[in-house]
Write a protein that binds this ligand. Structure first.
Ligand code: ADP
Length: 271
C-alpha cells in the first residue's frame, strides 16, 4: 500500500470479483467475541440494512470492512482484495465517534473524498472543486459549503458524508446508524439520497435500529447478534424465531393484518 517514497498507492481491484465477500469473520476484543464466524456476500449496487440489538457487532463489522480494525480470524475481501488501502470505500462512523469541533468546513470534508485520487503531490484543481460543488448541490448543501461542520444539524451532517462519498466516487458505502436521532423529514431526505447512490451503482450498507424501515427501504436485511442470524428479504429474515434469537425480550412482536410488526423498545443507547 505504501510505495517506495511512502506514497499511498490505492488497491487495484481484481477483475470480476464481488464487491464484498465476508467469510467466517470472527472478531474478539480482550476475550469478548463481537463477531462469530460471519459469512455473507454482497452484489454490486445492493442496499442492505444491518440490524441487531446494541452490542450485536454492527459497528465492528463496518470497521473490519473499512479496514480500520483487524479480524481475529476469517477473511474479508473488497472487490477481491483485503480491505486496507481502498479508495472505493466510504465509511461513515456513528455521529458520536466524529469530532464535530474539528475546524473544517463542509466543502473541506467533501474535498477529502477527492484526496485518494489526487496522490501525494497534487493539489485539488478546478475539476476537483467543480466535483465538490456538484456533489454538495446533489445533497442540498450548496448554501452551507463554507460553514464549519459543528454548525450542521444531524441530517445535514449525514448529507455531507453522502456528498463526500459521491465526490470520492466510492463503490461501497458503510453508514453506521445515519438515521438515529433524526426527525422524519431529515430521515426521508437521507433515504431519498440512497436512491441517488443506487443510480451511481454504489453498494450501500446501513446499520439501523428501525426494523420496519429496514424492511421497507432496503433490498436485503441482515440480522446480527454476534452471529449472522439471517440475510435475505425481510420476510425471510424477520421471522418470530430469528427476532426472538436476536432481541429476546427487548422487542415486542405484534401480529397485524399485514404480517409481523416489530416494536423496538430499545434505541441506540446514546440517549
Ligand atoms: P453494535 O454496533 O451492534 O452496537 P459493537 O460492534 O459496537 O456493536 O460491539 C460489539 C461488542 O464488542 C459489544 O459487546 C461491545 O461491548 C464490544 N466492543 C466494541 N468495541 C469495543 C472495544 N473497543 N473494546 C472492547 N470491546 C468492544
Amino acid at each position: 500500500m505504501l510505495g517506495k517514497l511512502g506514497v499511498f498507492e490505492p488497491v487495484v481491484h481484481a477483475t470480476g470479483a464481488a464487491i464484498l465477500d465476508v467469510y467466517e469473520l470472527t472478531v474478539g476484543y480482550n476475550g469478548t467475541t463481537a463477531l462469530d464466524r460471519v459469512t455473507f456476500h454482497l452484489n454490486v449496487g445492493e442496499r442492505v440494512a444491518v440490524v441487531g440489538p446494541n452490542g450485536a457487532g454492527k459497528s465492528t463489522l463496518f470497521k473490519v470492512i473499512a479496514g480500520v480494525l483487524e479480524p481475529t480470524s476469517g477473511d474479508v475481501r473488497v472487490a477481491g482484495c483485503s480491505p486496507r488501502g481502498h479508495i472505493c470505500i466510504a465509511y461513515v462512523p456513528q455521529r458520536n465517534d466524529v469530532d464535530w469541533m474539528f475546524p473544517v468546513t463542509v466543502e473541506d470534508v467533501v474535498m477529502m473524498g477527492r484526496f485518494g485520487r489526487l496522490g501525494l503531490f497534487r493539489r485539488p484543481g478546478r475539476q476537483d472543486r467543480a466535483v465538490v460543488r456538484e456533489c454538495l448541490g446533489i445533497v442540498g448543501l450548496a448554501e452551507l459549503a463554507k460553514r464549519q461542520i459543528s454548525e450542521l444539524s444531524g441530517g445535514q451532517q449525514q448529507r455531507m458524508f453522502i456528498a463526500r462519498a459521491l465526490a470520492q466516487e466510492s463503490t461501497l458505502m458503510l453508514m453506521d446508524e445515519p438515521l438515529t436521532g433524526l426527525d422524519m423529514p431529515a430521515q426521508e431526505r437521507i433515504l431519498a439520497l440512497l436512491d441517488v447512490l443506487r443510480m451511481q451503482g454504489v453498494t450501500v450498507m446501513v446499520a439501523t435500529h428501525d426494523l420496519n424501515q429496514a424492511a421497507d427501504y432496503f433490498d436485503r436485511v441482515m440480522l446480527l447478534n454476534h452471529r449472522l442470524l439471517g440475510i435475505g428479504t425481510s420476510a425471510e429474515v424477520f421471522t418470530t424465531a430469528h427476532l426472538r434469537d436476536a432481541y429476546g425480550g427487548q422487542l415486542r412482536l405484534v401480529e397485524t393484518g399485514d404480517g409481523l410488526l416489530a416494536l423496538n423498545d430499545t434505541c441506540c443507547g446514546h440517549g
